[in-house]
Design a protein around this ligand. Structure first.
Ligand code: TYM
Length: 335
C-alpha cells in the first residue's frame, strides 16, 4: 500500500513555490485518501544558522500554513522532525552507508557553497541528503511529492536504500518514487526568470509569501518582470521567454488547469490584461490562506499540541522500523 512522506524546511516563511510545488499537492494526496505523513524539518533548517526564537516561530507558522492550506491533522500526520528521535538516529546509520563522493556531487551542496569557502560550511549541510533519506525511509514511504529541485536528493535516497539492502543482504528499505507533478514544479523568481523562487532571496518582490495580504500579492504580480510580447497561441511559443512561461505556469497551477489551456485562453493578449487576471486569481486562492494562518497563529499552544500529537503517531510507525534497522546492523537491543 502506498504511503506518502514529504517535508518542508521551516527556515523562512512559505512561498508560492512551496505552495504550488509541494503543499497544494500534499493536500491533494491527503484528499485522495492515501496515508500521508508531513514533516516540518527543523533539523534540516539548522544546517545553516537559525535564530532559536525565530526558528520556533517559523515552525509554528509553517504548521499554520499547512493547516490553512487544507492539511487536516487528523487525516494526515503533521509534526516537526526533532520530536521523533528516529530521524537523527537513522541518519547516523545512513551516514555510514552513503559515500562522501555522493554528497559532494549534490548540485544543492555545490550551489550553496559556490564562491564560498566550503571548508566553512557546516558538516550538517554536507550530510543533509542523508538525513533526508532517513526522513523518508524511517516510514518505509513509497512516494514522495516534491518540486523539481529535490529530484537529485530523491535519487540519492534510492541509492542509499539500495546500498543498505545490498550491504546487509536484506530486502528492507523500499526504493521510493519521486512524485513531481503539476503545472508548477519549478516556480521561478518574479524578478528573474532564470532563478528559482526562494524564501532566502534577499528581494521580497521576487516571491509571493503565503502570509502576504491581498494588496501585496496583487502589487507583486503587477510589478513582475516580463517581456513586451503578447501571449502566444501555444506553449511552444513560450520558448526562450522564461518570465512569461513562469507566469503562465503559476496561473495554470492556481487554476488547476494546464499551461496549454491558459495560453489558448489568453492568446494574443498582452501582460496588461494577463497580469491583472493572474493577480485576481492569486488573491482569490491565497488571501483566504493568509487570513486563516493569522487566525491559527493566535493560538500557538494549540499548534504545539497538534505537532505533539502528530509526532506521537509518527513515532509509532517509526520505532519498529528503527529497531529492526538496529537489529540488521548488529546493535545489541537488550532493554
Ligand atoms: P524546501 O524546504 O526547500 O522546499 C519544500 C518543498 O517545496 C518545493 N519548492 C518548490 N517547488 C516549486 N518551485 C519552487 N520555487 C520551489 N521551492 C521549493 C521543494 O521542491 C520541496 O518539495 N530538502 C527539502 C526538505 C526535506 C524533504 C525531506 C522533502 C527534508 N526531508 C523528505 C521530501 C522528503 C527542502 O529543503 O525543501
Amino acid at each position: 500500500t502506498p504511503r506518502i512522506f514529504s517535508g518542508i524546511q521551516p527556515s523562512g516563511g512559505l512561498t508560492l513555490g512551496n505552495y504550488l510545488g509541494a503543499l497544494k499537492r500534499f493536500v491533494e494526496k491527503q484528499d485522495e485518501g492515501i496515508e500521508t505523513i508531513y514533516c516540518l524539518v527543523d533539523l534540516h533548517a539548522i544546517t545553516v544558522w537559525q535564530d532559536p526564537e525565530r526558528l520556533r516561530n517559523q515552525t509554528r507558522e509553517a504548521a499554520a500554513g499547512f493547516i490553512a492550506a487544507g492539511i487536516d491533522p487528523k487525516r494526515s500526520i503533521l509534526f516537526n522532525q526533532s520530536q521523533v528521535p528516529g530521524h537523527a538516529q537513522l541518519a547516523w546509520i545512513f551516514n555510514c552507508v552513503a559515500r562522501m563522493g555522493w554528497m559532494g556531487r549534490m548540485t544543492q551542496w555545490k550551489d550553496k557553497t559556490a564562491g564560498k569557502d566550503a571548508e566553512k560550511a557546516s558538516l550538517g549541510l554536507f550530510a543533509y541528503p542523508s538525513l533526508m533519506a532517513a526522513d523518508i525511509l524511517l516510514y518505509h514511504a513509497t512516494h514522495v511529492p516534491v518540486g523539481e529541485d529535490q529530484k537529485q536528493h530523491l535519487e540519492l535516497t534510492r541509492d542509499i536504500a539500495i546500498k543498505f539492502n545490498h550491504d546487509y543482504k536484506v530486502d528492507f528499505f523500499p526504493v521510493t518514487e519521486p512524485v513531481i507533478e503539476g503545472a508548477a514544479t519549478r516556480v521561478m523568481s518574479l524578478r528573474d526568470g532564470s532563478k528559482k523562487m526562494s524564501k532566502s532571496d534577499p528581494s521580497d518582490a521576487s516571491r509571493i509569501n503565503l502570509t502576504d495580504d491581498a494588496d501585496t500579492i496583487a502589487q507583486k504580480f503587477r510589478k513582475a518582470r516580463t517581456d513586451a510580447e503578447p501571449l502566444p497561441e501555444t506553449v511552444a511559443g513560450l520558448k526562450d521567454r522564461p518570465e512569461a512561461r513562469n507566469l503562465v505556469n503559476i496561473y495554470a497551477a492556481l487554476a488547476d488547469t494546464s499551461a496549454e489551456k491558459v495560453v489558448a485562453d489568453f492568446a494574443g493578449q498582452g501582460f496588461g490584461a494577463f497580469k491583472p487576471a493572474l493577480a485576481d486569481l492569486a488573491v482569490a486562492k491565497l488571501a483566504p490562506i493568509a487570513d486563516e494562518m493569522k487566525r491559527l497563529m493566535a493560538d500557538p499552544a494549540e499548534i504545539d499540541r497538534i505537532l505533539g500529537d502528530g509526532a506521537e503517531r509518527a513515532n509509532a510507525i517509526a520505532e519498529p522500523i528503527l529497531n529492526r534497522t538496529y537489529d540488521i546492523v548488529g546493535m545489541i537491543r537488550s532493554r
